[in-house]
Design a binder for this molecule. Structure first.
Ligand code: SF4
Ligand code: SF4
Length: 500
């Protein structure tokens, strides 16, 4: 038996059997004080002394499971304890174990609640990007969550066991209560990140993000000046964005340049990566998969061919392996396949990874890739709209519930749409692929191209025939590109960021 199967078999035998699942459900039941699982993990690292009788019992079970688990993955007990001293890692482990208790051991795994929620904080934005999935514009949506509702949503995420919260948009920094709400999320113990177009990030804004405890800032840069401004619909945007990125780096924020790969910028990519590393000094460069949704439908012909995508991912991976500082990642789930083929390189089993996780899992690629599993939509992650609508992914415009009316856990566990998106054996194209548990194809692209969440992702050479099918059907509707505005013409009130 291969090492991968051995490890997977051990995990399944230890955690997936009916007795373990009942016990896991028992230890992870949540009360207002938290769960027995959380207390047991704290006790394990020496942060909690007193335990009730039931908590002591839970502690013994959890200790046994951790030690058996670390043994299977070749991690020493001391290494495990060191990792578990980090409250975020503890929260992550609780999230995963709750998922195993509720859903069983799955390939790929579904967590007990979304590991990550990407929150489209507002529909308002000061740019006019051609590929915007939110169709954002100068005005917020009329029904956006109020500040108090936003905080209530954060409480709800904390109760559910969510680990990470990403503020996106529209442009999240235009909301006057951004800092108040983001600070509240940091205080609740989430890993908080921000995805921004960067044009509103001044020295003061960057410093403030750092001060309140934002851990990660992702700024979109779609090429060099001409390409970026054309793509973003506003002349002068590039200069402002680059300044914003520099301010983030200067403030000591973990900063990422995010680029959506299309025919507009494919040729610029190698130079752009060099620019990000050597001139901007960011720590991460991530290539976003283009998804023809919302405004992006109008530039569908700019999508990369499967071959172009594959070559780009190979290039990114070779950079990742050879680069000393910069992490080069992609949201294309096929990146998991690229890394899977390099058994001893770092694992990129999903695009919600980080350097620490990659280092910890170095060499374990094959063992874990099928559990972590590429596309995380509705399985590790969900999106939330400005009005509290929950979606499987921000690129999949299907409402599966609303945070104003339902609990997140109820939506996560009961939604028939989410159940559908998790069942890879039923996928067309991708379901027949040997990498279905490692990658799964981008469900947003399957939905955008075929109106079918279980359809094929046509962006992969294994699905070449579906790419040809969509190309023969595609009515190329090149949008009449709006004449780019200048930054000075953009609405004045959007250019000042709330500073308090
Ligand atoms: S066919 Fe689907 S699951 Fe297989 S590698 Fe391609 S996109 Fe991924
Ligand atoms: S559907 Fe999956 S792969 Fe596609 S963007 Fe969403 S999470 Fe990523």
């Amino acid at each position: 038996m291969r090492e991968a199967d051995l490890v997977a078999g051990t995990v399944e035998a230890w955690l997936g059997n009916p007795v373990s699942r009942v016990l896991l459900r028992w230890v992870s039941r949540r009360t207002e004080k938290g769960s027995k699982l959380e207390s047991a993990l704290k006790k394990y690292v020496g942060e909690q002394e007193r335990l009730s009788f039931q908590e002591k019992l839970a502690y013994l079970l959890v200790k046994l499971a951790i030690e058996k688990g670390s043994e299977s993955f070749g991690i020493s007990r001391e290494q495990m304890k060191t990792s578990l001293r980090d409250p975020l890692i503890r929260r992550s482990i609780v999230n995963v174990l709750e998922g195993i208790g509720y859903f069983g051991v799955e390939r790929p795994q579904t967590t007990g609640a979304p590991f990550l929620v990407v929150w489209n904080f507002t529909k308002q934005c000061n740019l006019r990007c051609k590929h915007c999935y939110e169709n954002a514009g100068p005005k917020p949506a009329p029904d956006e969550l109020t500040t108090e509702e936003a905080k209530k949503a954060i409480d709800e995420f904390a109760n559910a066991g969510v680990v990470a919260l990403a503020f996106s948009g529209g442009e999240p920094l235009v909301r006057r209560d951004f800092f108040e709400v983001a600070k509240y999320a940091v205080e609740k113990g989430f890993y908080v990140s921000v995805a921004s177009n960067g044009t509103l990030i001044t020295e003061k804004v960057a410093r403030k993000m750092k001060e309140i405890g934002i851990q990660y800032v992702e700024v979109s840069l779609d090429g060099f000046e001409k390409t970026h401004d054309e793509f973003r619909g506003v002349q002068g945007a590039w200069k402002r964005t680059v300044e914003g990125i520099k301010e983030c780096v200067k403030a000591g924020l973990y900063t990422c340049v995010a680029t959506t790969a299309t025919h507009y910028n494919l040729k610029e990519m190698p130079k752009l990566i060099d620019f990000a590393e050597k001139d901007l000094h960011v720590q991460r460069f991530i290539v976003f998969n283009f998804i023809p949704v919302s405004r992006g439908k109008e530039i569908v012909e700019q999508d990369l061919t499967p071959k172009e995508r594959e070559e780009l991912l190979d290039f990114l991976y070779s950079k990742l392996v050879s680069s000393k500082g910069l992490e080069t990642l992609s949201t294309a789930p096929q990146y998991a396949v690229t890394s899977y083929k390099f058994a001893f390189g770092p694992l990129i089993a999903t695009h919600f990874t980080n350097k620490g996780a990659m280092e910890a899992l170095r060499g374990k690629t094959r063992s874990l890739a099928q559990f972590i599993g590429g596309c995380g939509a509705g399985r590790l992650y969900c999106g939330m709209e400005p009005n509290g609508d929950i979606e499987p992914c921000v690129f999949i415009p299907i409402k599966v519930g609303n945070i104003r009316k339902q609990s997140l856990v109820e939506i996560w566990r009961e939604s028939p749409i989410l159940k559908q998106i998790r069942n890879r054996d039923l996928f067309k194209g991708c379901g027949e692929c040997e990498y279905k548990y490692v990658c799964g194809g981008c469900r947003a692209r399957a939905y955008a191209y075929f109106n079918d969440l279980q359809g094929p992702d046509p962006g992969c050479s294994i699905n070449q025939k579906y790419w040809e099918e969509v190309n023969s059907l595609k009515t190329v509707s090149q949008a009449e590109a709006d004449e780019p505005q200048t930054m000075d013409e953009a609405p004045k009130k959007l250019i000042s960021v709330p500073q308090s």
